[in-house]
Design a binder for this molecule. Structure first.
Ligand SMILES: Cc1cc2nc3c(=O)[nH]c(=O)nc-3n(C[C@H](O)[C@H](O)[C@H](O)COP(=O)(O)O)c2cc1C
Length: 324
């Protein structure tokens, strides 16, 4: 049971669609690893359709980004069961159910955060996933309510044999527009203490460093801390002492090159679009003279090779500057 084996407070890299693919997770694992990884969310109905191959790229993982939990979403409980039956053989350590995504189209189709208001379907999805899980732990990642705060949702979730719940301290309506409410996360911890002491609670929302996470774990009583956007500002966010602030432009460019090389190895046949890669320009090519010009140059590139040429030539000029 992966969750129970983790030493508390543990740190988790949040699932971020089109961001936390295997290449990025390998990067983070090599710089300052969290204790647990999640895949991007993957649609079970799509995985049971002809579009399966296209979606399987989201489930690619490796020896480095371990332990790892596959995050699923969808609308048909039977499809959750079918996919859950396959997840263990794919080498995953657990299954997480997305019940928090606020995307309009997804919610309109009754999925993810819409399940907060559709408890019959949520119950069916959880039960069918557990049935298919082959003993793998099943968890839920969710928000503190749909249009308004509704902690009865957690009372409901705590009836099931879940191993963990990740609580993002915002309602669906709040999207990411207001600060995460950690007092509400602490209330869920209180409910857990009374009702399901064995259930792990992971707090999520606005954590931007390990120190911040440790402090929040202590103050609000959560077992684990999940970090999402913080890793897009500091790739060493899980480190005790992040060296990022002292990174030279050349070292940052070298990291981006390493990331691109990993991307190339993982997706040799263009399985993922290179535009996804250039989301990371903001992370690596930032906070130094010439960074914004270099970023604009990268935005227009058409191939990975072209990106590598630009970055290598920029690296040479930084190295020349250092020597000159
Ligand atoms: C670009 C992006 C993609 C996301 N994709 C997912 C996803 O696939 N599954 C999920 O549960 N949450 C997803 N989220 C939400 C994050 O996992 C996390 O809950 C949210 O960003 C709040 O945490 P943070 O303040 O540490 O970023 C996504 C967030 C972002 C910014």
């Amino acid at each position: 049971m992966i969750f129970q084996d983790l030493i508390k407070p543990f740190f988790v890299l949040a699932p971020m669609d089109d961001v936390t693919d295997v290449s990025f997770r390998q990067m983070i694992a090599s710089l300052a690893s969290p204790d647990l990884f999640f895949t991007e969310f993957v649609n079970v109905d799509g995985l049971m359709s002809e579009g399966r191959d296209r979606l399987m790229v989201k489930l690619k993982h490796s020896k480095q980004d371990k332990p790892i939990i596959a995050q699923l979403w969808g609308s048909k409980p039977d499809n959750f069961k079918e996919i859950a039956l396959q997840i263990k053989d794919m080498g995953f350590d657990g299954i997480d159910l997305n019940m928090g995504c606020p995307d309009k189209t997804i919610v309109k189709n009754g999925c993810c955060s819409a399940l907060i208001n559709d408890r019959d379907l949520a119950a069916d999805i959880i039960a069918k996933t557990i049935e298919g899980s082959n003993g793998l732990p099943v968890s839920v990642k969710t928000r503190v309510g749909f249009n308004q705060v509704d902690l009865t949702w957690f009372d409901f979730l705590m009836q099931f044999n879940l191993s963990g719940i990740t609580v993002h301290g915002r309602t669906k309506k709040e999207m990411s527009k207001v600060p995460a409410n950690w007092d509400l996360i602490a209330q869920v911890v209180e409910m857990r203490n009374k009702k399901r002491p064995d259930l792990l609670i992971i707090g999520n929302g606005d954590v931007d460093s390990r120190a911040d996470g440790l402090n929040k774990a202590k103050t609000y009583g959560v077992d684990g801390i999940m970090i999402g956007r913080g890793v897009l500002k500091d790739p060493f966010v899980f480190a005790t002492d992040s060296p990022w602030i002292n990174y030279s432009p050349a070292d940052k460019i070298k990291l981006f090159i390493r990331h691109i090389e990993l991307f190339k190895q993982n997706w040799p046949n263009g399985e993922r679009k290179i535009v996804q890669l250039f989301k990371f320009a903001k992370l690596y090519i930032n906070n130094f003279d010439g960074a914004s010009e270099l970023r604009s140059e990268l935005m227009n590139i058409k191939s990975i090779e072209q990106a590598l040429t630009i970055l290598n030539s920029s690296l040479t000029s930084f190295n020349d500057l250092k020597q000159g």
